[in-house]
Write a protein that binds this ligand. Structure first.
Ligand code: FUL
Length: 457
């Protein structure tokens, strides 16, 4: 582990009060009643809370993406759906090795590209011939989804699937009702035959099919299928439990609201509502007061940061020298998990069907680094819970001689997300000085500053 920088933390949890708030909470979403004031809307928005499965999802912090499929063998990032299944032939595929590496890295869930845009299915589906069934791997008798779901159970990891809505192989793509039926059948297989699934991931890609018509997805029926077959699974990106952060570079916003006025795009009213607020998934502010004043609805729709450990989403041998450094991964941890998001880090298995040694080692190094960083809380108070009211400040004693350069601060999100800004000051050599400030906190906020000592903060 080459990258070394002394980092220790002060960790604090706060429960932000909201003046005249009642006891009423709104799970997952809230539609404002007609005719209420902007101030009343803000107070209601402060009481939108996550569903149980959203809360459990947030607590995972580190989750992994596994991009693996026909592209692994062609060198492409997006296959055109015409590559021969003969190409899919990992020499020593071992999903237990994937699960073990992820576990050692401290990851809590693995999401597999069961099908990417090329349409090649990693399980022997009855819906198409374009799958592992037609490949030489295990004489067409293999099933990557099965192997990975079993390995995840063995290593106590949660398991998720990415089923690409865009399918460049399916003949019915573009014939909207037919493709929706086909897609739901694929989803049904994945959600019925492989035990518990904890996250279902859909990107928003949409195109024309061979008939020259643009596919119109039936999100209502698709999400209904998931709720029926896997009620514990969160639905991401084109789902309504987990929001795409808006970039693929590993960066959450400085101001990241889980309680947001951005309407999930799977809901029919999303285009109207988001357009009227001038919002898209990449907008800078998704939950500030001015927006709330103009909005009709608020959602608990927390951010997920998806980024790859390599330049590509799929494995390419020439990128073995471009695996992100430990330092870079630590930065990403701070700008994702440290900015009220869950990190979804992609680690693509190679042509052998293994997580490459370099990547596996990087994950271990990340784990050791984070373990060391967060091992000791240098705040000396036994209770580190602060029930704060707006404008209030509070002093916390720091352990004698402790050197620290990070503040970890959390809100109790079971009561919603409320904090809009905060300041950290340190008392050293007889005076107070400001050392950091932030806007939103949410589930988890990390602020880094030059290493220092202080009597109290
Ligand atoms: C995008 C896809 O187009 C990329 O290939 C990758 O799978 C990424 C995670 O999602 O929408």
């Amino acid at each position: 582990m080459k990258y070394r920088q002394l980092i220790t933390i002060l960790a604090l949890t706060m429960l932000a009060g909201c003046g005249r708030c009642g006891e009423e909470y709104y799970e997952k979403s809230l539609r404002f009643p007609e005719g209420i004031s902007a101030e009343e809307k803000v107070e209601m928005a402060a009481r939108v809370v996550p569903s149980d499965k959203q809360l459990q999802w947030q607590q995972m912090e580190l989750t992994a993406f596994l991009h693996f499929g026909i592209n692994t063998f062609t060198g492409n990032e997006w296959g055109n759906g015409k590559d021969s299944p003969d190409l899919f032939n990992p020499s020593s595929l071992d999903c237990r090795q994937w699960a073990k590496s992820l576990k050692e890295g401290g990851f809590r869930m693995a999401i597999l590209t069961a099908k990417h845009h090329d349409g090649f299915c990693l399980w022997p589906t009855a819906t198409t011939e374009y799958s592992v069934k037609k490949s030489p791997w295990k004489d067409g008798k293999g099933d990557v989804v099965k192997e990975l779901s079993e390995a995840c159970r063995e290593y106590r990891l949660k398991f998720g699937v990415y089923l690409s809505p865009w399918d460049r192989n399916a003949g019915c793509y573009g014939d909207s009702p037919a493709y929706n039926r086909f897609f739901i059948e694929q989803l049904t297989e994945l959600l019925t035959n492989y035990g518990q699934v904890h996250e279902v991931w859909f990107d928003g890609a949409c195109a024309e099919g061979p008939n020259g018509r643009r596919q119109v997805y039936d999100w209502t029926a698709i999400l209904e299928t998931i709720h029926r077959l896997q009620p514990e699974a969160v639905t991401a990106i084109m789902g309504d439990d987990v929001r795409w952060v808006g970039n693929e570079g590993g960066r959450g916003r400085q101001t990241e609201w889980s309680s947001t006025v951005f309407t999930p795009e799977s809901l029919e009213r999303s285009a109207d509502q988001n357009n009227s607020l001038g919002l898209n998934a990449m907008s800078r502010d998704l939950g500030g007061r001015e927006l709330i004043a103009r909005a009709q609805e608020v959602f608990w729709y927390p951010s997920e940061v998806d980024v790859s450990i390599r330049p590509g989403w799929f494995y390419h041998p020439y990128q073995d020298s471009q695996v992100r450094s430990l330092e870079n991964l630590v930065d990403i941890y701070y700008t994702s998990v440290g900015r009220n998001s869950v990190l979804l880090l992609n680690i693509p298995p190679d042509t052998r069907g293994l997580i490459h040694e370099i990547d596996a080692q990087r994950l271990k190094d990340l784990r050791s680094y984070l373990d060391e960083t967060f091992a000791d809380n240098h705040l000396s108070r036994r209770s580190r819970l602060w029930k704060a009211e707006a404008g209030e400040s509070r002093e916390f004693a720091v352990k004698d001689g402790a050197v620290f350069n990070t503040l970890r601060i959390r809100e109790d999100i079971t009561k919603g997300q409320r904090v809009e800004s905060f300041t950290l000051e340190a008392f050293t050599e007889g005076q107070w000085m400001k050392i950091a400030e932030g806007t939103t906190i949410g589930y988890n906020r990390l602020l880094k500053f030059p290493a220092m000592t202080a009597e109290k903060i």
